[in-house]
Design a protein around this ligand. Structure first.
Ligand SMILES: NC(=O)c1ccc[n+]([C@@H]2O[C@H](COP(=O)([O-])OP(=O)(O)OC[C@H]3O[C@@H](n4cnc5c(N)ncnc54)[C@H](O)[C@@H]3O)[C@@H](O)[C@H]2O)c1
Length: 383
């Protein structure tokens, strides 16, 4: 059975909406039925036409979408609503959707502020609905393999981790031109209190906590605005202490000229370490203190259950960003469908980022910006 899906945002010229639509389509578990694709009703209509939707399922606002879909017969109304608007337009549509009985797929950072995130958690708990937060990088099979290996303690207790997220696309003041994505990301009224740390630092933070299975408990941040006239941070480095006492380093920058999207994580136990990077996503390097480095590959029979569950093609057939995104969609669908059928989902499907990760991501933003402004060396990570 396919879940009936609606989308809020993702109109003409938008970035991530189309990625969500591809991710939803990949495993035939969803069918896009409705949308409010833009805050401009004409643009929303044009997007709906291009997508071949029935005209009466394309709405001029997200409020109309939620109210009118709710009023439709149960067999017809959408079940899941994907929200892919800029950050300041996450909380209200998500709250309304959950309170109206829809399950929600929401992009990161979860909300505009930590206070909103906590409120959304209360709403979600009361609603009994599910929420998936699309932290893409946790969807990769070899990221799941890394998490599984660290959890099994084969590398020994974690002592050190490095997570890096360098981009170069904001090396110039793009927000002064017609780059829509740059304009809202550098506007504190739309992005929130953070720029790069909110946009990509939250992904790095989430990846670090996901792969290590540990939580950040203290931090010491150097936060910079490099491009003259920019109103939010575009570069930063953070020292972190993890819940087992290990130390970590996180960098997130959008002014590393020439870098594309080179997300990378390295984690070391006392017996060895592992390294994964998005540019070679099907490979996990496992390094040993006393023996040669191993190259683990996705799609093979020797990887664990989580990696296998999140791979579609045999080894040597590259799977990438779109498939990682689709893994989030698929796991979420399996959980929603199982709940609706009164059954249990496969255990591997339960592994999608949710409200808890969303609240911690918003806490990261507030803690990292406060630390950057503070004259204290270390500050506690509070939620
Ligand atoms: N998971 C990821 O890897 C990833 C990658 C990129 C962006 N994102 C997140 O996705 C969100 C969108 O980013 P983007 O780069 O696609 O932005 P974008 O500016 O390209 O697209 C935003 C879309 O939302 C629409 N919109 C704005 N307000 C609306 C409203 N009230 N009702 C309906 N539609 C509305 C706009 O018209 C536009 O179509 C952001 O929160 C961003 O942080 C996540």
């Amino acid at each position: 059975m396919k879940l009936r899906l609606a989308m809020i945002g993702g109109g003409p010229g938008a970035f991530i909406g189309a990625v969500h639509r591809i991710a939803a389509a990949l495993d035939s578990l969803y069918e896009l039925k409705a949308g409010a694709f833009s805050s401009d009703p004409t643009k929303s209509k044009a997007a709906g036409e291009l997508l071949g939707l029935a005209p009466d399922r394309v709405y001029g606002s997200y409020q109309d979408l939620i109210a009118q879909e709710k009023a439709r017969p149960a067999a017809e109304r959408v079940q899941v609503i994907a929200i892919v608007t800029p950050n300041h337009q996450h909380f209200e549509p998500a709250r309304l959707a959950l309170e109206s009985g829809f399950d929600v797929i929401l992009d990161k950072p979860m909300t505009f502020s930590l206070a909103e995130a906590k409120q959304l958690q209360t709403v979600a708990d009361a609603s009994g609905r599910l929420l998936c937060l699309t932290h893409t990088y946790t969807g990769y099979p070899m990221v799941k393999q890394a998490r599984e290996m660290l959890a099994s303690n084969v590398l020994g207790p974690i002592r050190k981790a490095y997570v890096e997220y360098p981009q170069g696309w904001l090396s110039r003041p793009e927000e002064g031109g017609d780059n829509k994505q740059a304009a809202w990301r550098t506007d504190p009224a739309k992005s929130g209190i953070a720029g790069a740390m909110g946009d990509i630092g939250t992904h790095a933070f989430n990846l670090l906590e996901y792969v290590t299975g540990l939580e950040v408990v203290k931090l010491c941040a150097d936060i910079n605005t490099v491009v003259a006239g920019r109103r939010l941070d575009d570069d930063g480095a953070v020292l972190l202490k993890l819940s087992n006492g290990a130390s970590a380093v996180l960098i997130a920058t959008q002014i590393a000229a020439g870098e594309e999207n080179n997300v990378k994580i390295r984690v070391y136990g006392d017996q060895g370490g592992l390294e994964w990077q998005q540019v070679d996503a099907n490979t996990l390097q496992v390094k040993w203190l006393d023996k040669p480095t191993e190259i683990w590959r996705a799609g093979t029979g020797y990887v664990g259950a989580a990696a296998q569950h999140n791979t579609r093609t045999p080894s040597g057939h590259p799977e990438g960003y779109l498939e990682a995104f689709a893994n989030l969609y698929r796991n979420f669908a399996l959980c929603v469908l199982a709940r609706d059928a009164g059954t249990l989902p496969p255990p591997e499907a339960l592994d999608y980022p949710s409200i808890k990760e969303g609240v911690r991501g918003m806490a990261f933003i507030e803690n990292v910006i406060a630390s950057g402004r503070s004259t204290e060396k270390w500050t506690e990570f509070t939620v």
